[in-house]
Design a protein around this ligand. Structure first.
Ligand code: FES
Length: 120
């Protein structure tokens, strides 16, 4: 079975400082790239719910499953909140935390020398 070639999109690391985000286009798809606490994430720029632009979402943590009467927070800096209806997406897996059947596409992103490279 042939493997599909991926497109590499790179830009200077200085264009994505800690706490920032950047919109890129690959194969006519918008991809939102985030630098959250030094970790890099790249997701398709459309929410699977009603297609909001995820680049405009905020980043934080989430309440995790926990016993009744307790509150457990986690995934700080790894949860993207959709700007329209506030669904929460795990930036690593793309899964919606409240409804794992919903998922946004994620892309490999890494530092290469002085660049940040996204593979789409
Ligand atoms: S459009 Fe994203 S949660 Fe509704």
């Amino acid at each position: 079975m042939a493997t599909k070639e991926r497109t590499r999109i790179a830009f200077p690391s200085s264009a994505l400082p800690n706490g920032s985000r950047k919109l890129i286009t690959a194969n006519r798809r918008e991809i939102a790239v985030f630098n959250s606490h030094g970790s890099l994430y790249a997701v398709y720029n459309r929410c699977p719910h009603h297609r909001a632009p995820l680049i405009a979402g905020s980043i934080g943590g989430a309440n995790l499953p926990s016993p009744v009467g307790t509150l457990r927070r986690g995934l700080e800096g790894c949860v993207l909140f959709c700007p329209w209806h506030h669904y929460e997406f795990n930036l690593e897996s793309g899964r919606c935390i409240g409804d794992p059947r919903l998922r946004v596409a994620t892309y490999e992103v890494r530092r290469e020398g002085g660049e940040i490279a996204v593979y789409a």
